[in-house]
Structures are given as structure tokens and as C-alpha cells.
Design a protein around this ligand. Structure first.
Ligand code: ATP
Ligand code: SKM
Ligand code: MG
Length: 203
């Protein structure tokens, strides 16, 4: 049987086409860090959806493992207990398949967690101003650290203490009060595309 040679202009075999269409795989996690209300969960889940990668939220994982809300865990077992669980859960998530991981607002404050995150992912600080944070968190009573006589003052103090440590993240994303979650995710994707070499194509 005669074997026909492919011309320079012929259509490539189906296998080549499939290989070209296959999505680029992320090699490391993208880890969202920052204050409560900065949008780690909201923007993180939108980012994961657009990149077609798994999304995990450390707060949600702790709550489902304990079958209790974070407020209940703080009230029954205390903050130190919660922080231990947070480290365990983060370690498990970060050793799993790469995706977008949203952390709790205090996770980056522990040196051991920062090491863990640096070993497995790219950290992204959602930098957000106090007024925007307050506007977002004041409606809901799900943040135990804000159950004080002056929650806005507490939020301001936490922001002041934490901002210099958050600033050690690999990437700083300037969260804007007037962005929608979708618009923020689009800006973040554009910013990350220039930083992450194997960045997957986004929707
Ligand atoms: N542009 C925006 N970016 C982020 N969040 C927004 C935006 N606009 C509105 N929101 C709302 O603000 C809230 C942000 O809270 P979110 O739970 O995502 O914060 P978080 O950083 O995960 O906080 P926590 O540390 O408490 O988990 C959500 O209710 C979200 O719907
Ligand atoms: O800022 C923090 O320390 C916290 C933020 C939330 O995500 C939760 O992890 C918890 O309420 C503590
Ligand atoms: Mg969250």
C-alpha cells in the first residue's frame, strides 16, 4: 500500500489537535490571603471557576470537619484550638492537587502557615481599605474576632497589625470598593497572567 506523505499545508493529525486544545495545568496553588471581608472567598471562588481549577476554602473545610460554625468553635474551644485546626487543614489542602485556596484572615499571621503556603503556592494579598472591609463585614455576625464593644475599632487595629505581614505575600492585588466580584477576578487574572508562567486559559 502506498504511503502518502503529508504536505506542509495538510491538516495535522487529530492527536496533535487534541494536544493543542488541552488546558495548561497549574503547577502550584494560588492562595488568597488578607483581612476578613477582603473577598478571599468571593473572588477566590470566581477565580477558580474561571480557571477551571478546584476551589477550597480553609474556613469552610474547618467548619465541615468540625460540623460547627467558626463562631461555635471559637466559643467552645477557643482561638488557639481553631488556629491548630487551620494549620492542619491548610497543610492537607496545600498537599493536594493545585487550585485556588482561600484562607481565613488570620492564617497568614502564623509563620508556619506562611512557610507552608510558600512551599506549595503563590500567595496573593487582597489589599482592601478599612471602610470597604467594614462595609462588607458589618452586616454579618459570623466573625468571632469582631464580637467586641467596638467592632470597627477592632477591625482597624487588626488591619494595622496585619498589613505589614500581609505585604510579604508574593503578589499584592489592590481590591477596589467599586469593583464587582467578576470585575475583580478579571483584573486579578490579568495581573497573574504576567507572573505565573503556566497560567491556565481563563473563561
Ligand atoms: N468586589 C468585591 N470583592 C469582594 N467581595 C465583594 C465585592 N463586592 C461585594 N463583595 C461581598 O463582600 C463580601 C466579601 O466577603 P468574603 O467572605 O469573600 O471575604 P473573606 O476575605 O473571605 O473574609 P473571611 O476572612 O472572613 O473569610 C462577600 O459577601 C461578597 O459578596
Ligand atoms: O481574621 C481572622 O482572624 C479570621 C477570619 C476568618 O476568615 C476566620 O478564619 C476567623 O473568623 C478568623
Ligand atoms: Mg472567607
Amino acid at each position: 500500500m502506498a504511503i502518502r506523505k503529508r504536505s506542509r499545508h495538510s491538516v495535522p493529525p487529530a492527536t496533535t489537535i487534541r494536544r493543542k486544545k488541552r488546558r495548561r495545568k497549574m503547577k502550584r496553588h494560588i492562595v488568597m490571603i488578607g483581612m476578613m471581608g477582603a473577598g478571599k472567598t468571593a473572588i477566590g471562588s470566581e477565580l477558580a471557576r474561571r480557571l477551571h481549577v478546584p476551589f477550597t476554602d480553609s474556613d469552610a473545610e474547618i467548619e465541615s470537619a468540625a460540623a460547627m460554625s467558626i463562631s461555635e468553635i471559637f466559643a467552645r474551644d477557643g482561638e488557639a484550638f481553631f488556629r491548630d485546626r487551620e494549620t492542619q487543614v491548610l497543610s492537607r489542602i496545600l498537599k493536594g492537587p493545585p487550585g485556588v485556596v482561600s484562607t481565613g484572615g488570620g492564617a497568614w499571621m502564623q509563620a508556619g502557615n506562611r512557610e507552608l503556603i510558600r512551599a506549595h503556592g503563590l500567595s496573593v494579598w487582597l489589599n482592601c481599605d478599612l471602610e470597604t472591609l467594614w462595609h462588607r463585614v458589618r452586616q454579618r455576625s459570623t466573625r468571632p474576632l469582631l464580637k467586641t464593644a467596638d467592632p470597627k475599632g477592632t477591625l482597624a487595629r487588626l488591619l494595622e497589625q496585619r498589613a505589614p505581614v500581609y505585604a510579604g505575600a508574593d503578589v499584592t492585588f489592590e481590591a477596589r470598593a467599586d469593583d464587582s466580584i467578576e470585575a475583580a477576578a478579571t483584573r486579578l487574572i490579568d495581573q497573574l497572567r504576567g507572573i505565573v508562567p503556566e497560567f491556565p486559559e481563563a473563561k
